[in-house]
Design a protein around this ligand. Structure first.
Ligand SMILES: [Zn+2]
Length: 113
């Protein structure tokens, strides 16, 4: 005697399609990318503004350690250097600022931290 109960719901609803990524490429590549544009509840639309190196815009070729005004504008009040992502400085000028900051620290014109 088989306990063959009839299914109470013969017309079983189809399962909701699970969000299977269906990996086509299994090379373990980075895929679409780790960064995701602001999800729900995140930042609102933030127009990306193209940063231009301020020193290039002002045609300042060489940043000297004596130009404290320029150097301080690329540092925090505590003496930490701001990254290029924040200041938008180009690589050339960022190097010059870095050297100037180090010289100024040696001369104790700027704090170390
Ligand atoms: Zn520049």
């Amino acid at each position: 005697m088989e306990n063959n109960e009839p299914n109470p719901k013969p017309a079983e609803a189809p399962k909701p399609a699970q969000a299977a990524p269906a990996p086509m490429h299994r090379e373990g590549g980075p895929g679409p990318g780790p960064r995701r544009p602001g999800g729900p509840g995140g930042r609102r639309h933030f127009a990306p503004r193209r940063k231009v190196c301020r020193l290039c815009a002002e045609h300042i070729d060489l940043v000297d350690y004596k130009q404290a005004q320029i150097i301080k504008s690329f540092c925090t009040d505590t003496g930490k250097m701001l990254s290029r992502r924040i200041t938008g400085a180009c690589a050339k000028h960022q190097r010059q600022i870095m050297r100037a900051v180090k010289i100024n620290r040696n001369l104790s014109l700027m704090p170390y931290n």
